[in-house]
Design a protein around this ligand. Structure first.
Ligand code: FAD
Length: 410
């Protein structure tokens, strides 16, 4: 079992009374069983139930207790891989289809959030993607021209444009409109609870340890306690545990990453329109603000899949993040209040793993690797809902498990 975070996390304190769900204590039947109650499982389950499909969602721990709890909640159309690079990798048509689907998914998430029973702090924000060095400027400008040519709502800001709005200067930046920030913990708990009230069965502390398929195609999921769920379709939304039940299914790079959250800032005037800010360097540093005027900053990825427990080692990373923040925003003085580290999975072709198992009928994966996991969860929910209902989604060949860029990956 992968340890999914370590440190003092910010989000649990933002939602005190979460619903608790009983473990599974009887055998059940359903149309769709969703294994995993993080962002991926919850968004899928929510969409399934709203589409009239009967569904059960199971988690071995608590809802939103996995990587989702470590997320920083940036919801962006742009991916870790730039559109220009994605075009080189998978061709113009598919790359643009995926980018447009990401843009639509940001809007879809906003629409779901606005219909939930509680405010989940989804706020529309623009993003500033700045060139980390002069050398990256021409690439960034090319990216801007490509995004603009395909109809994305972007601007290019010169160094002076940036300095006129922020207390820092960078060589240039793409400003993308229509992105968002979210409280991932509130979103997942609320979406799950609302779906529960509309018929979703949820079981926490329910570990799926065995999966068999009968000759008639019915799937049997067995829990650690020995109970069985019969399902026509199974969705693996297990986050970074993809290998556990399926063997070495896919190839991923596991790193660890770091997040620091400041105390409430007395004054955020210098932060132009509370933009989401990130950069072209890899690994990138990224930052956002919160509704209660804190700053969340993350990055410093390291090539190790285990989170850091040692308090002094964690504080050393937080201090580095704080220095980066204060270099850009010298007026922000609130101290470090929360800090954590967490494993972070990336696929070798920078795309998520969403779709049916090529060798196992009606078994699907919703593995939203990469920095855009929240948006990918939304894509997945729609794609898998369509697939379960017998329709083909335009993204199936682009992010599915049989895609060209995965075949032959080491
Ligand atoms: C530090 C950090 C910052 C991030 N920031 C962002 C961001 O700003 N924006 C963004 O879009 N993404 C971000 N991400 C990525 C994002 O957090 C993930 O894409 C997302 O949380 C993945 O959700 P998930 O549901 O797939 O996984 P998880 O949240 O890990 O949920 C999987 C669940 O499956 C359960 N499970 C696993 N196996 C079993 C089993 N056999 N039986 C029962 N249950 C099982 C686990 O208990 C777990 O709760 C960030 C990630 C990290 C680490």
């Amino acid at each position: 079992m992968t340890e999914l975070h370590a440190g003092n996390l910010f989000w649990p304190g933002t939602l005190k009374n979460t619903n608790q769900y009983e473990p599974l204590r009887q055998n059940r039947k359903t149309k769709v069983a969703v294994i995993g109650g993080g962002m991926s499982g919850a968004v899928c389950s929510y969409v399934f139930v709203r589409s009239g499909l009967s569904a059960i969602m199971l988690d071995r721990g608590r809802i939103a207790g996995g990587t989702t709890l470590a997320s920083t909640g940036l919801v962006q159309c742009s991916n870790d891989i730039m559109l220009t690079d994605l075009i080189m990798q998978i061709g113009e048509r598919d790359a643009v289809v995926l980018y447009k689907a990401c843009r639509d998914s940001v809007n879809k998430l906003a629409s779901i959030a606005s219909g939930l029973s509680h405010d989940v702090e989804l706020r529309k924000r623009s993003s500033l993607l700045y060139a980390s060095s002069e050398q990256e400027l021409s690439k960034l400008r090319h990216e801007y021209e490509t995004l603009q040519a395909f109809g994305f709502d972007v601007e290019f800001w010169s160094s002076d444009d940036i300095a006129a709005r922020f207390p820092f200067r960078k060589p240039g930046a793409i400003v993308a409109h229509g992105d968002a920030e979210i409280n991932p913990y509130k979103f997942v708990n609320t979406a799950a609870n609302d779906a529960f009230r509309q018929g979703l069965e949820i079981y926490e502390h329910t570990d799926v340890t065995k999966h068999e398929t009968l000759p008639n195609g019915i799937h049997l999921l067995q829990t650690a306690e020995g109970y069985v769920i019969e399902a026509e379709h199974v969705v693996y939304a297990v986050g970074y545990e993809q290998d556990e039940l399926r063997g070495k299914l896919i190839k991923t790079n596991m790193n660890r990453t770091f997040v620091m959250v400041t105390g409430v800032q007395p004054d955020l005037q210098s932060w132009h329109e509370r933009f989401l800010i990130w950069e072209t360097a890899r690994p990138y540093t990224y930052m956002r603000t919160t509704g209660d005027k804190r700053v969340i900053i993350g990055g410093l990825d390291e090539a190790l899949g285990l989170p850091v427990h040692d308090e002094r080692a964690l504080r050393a990373r937080s201090n580095t993040l704080m220095l980066r923040l204060q270099k850009m925003f010298p007026g922000l003085s609130a101290p470090i209040e929360y800090e954590w580290s967490a494993p972070f999975g990336e696929s070798r072709d920078n795309l998520p793993f969403i779709g049916e198992d090529p060798a196992w009928r009606n078994v699907y994966y919703c593995l939203c690797y990469g920095g855009n996991g929240t948006v990918y969860s939304m894509l997945a929910a729609q794609l898998l809902r369509d697939r379960i209902c017998g329709e083909t989604h335009p993204l199936a060949g682009i992010i599915g498990l049989g895609r060209r860029t995965l075949v032959g990956a080491e």
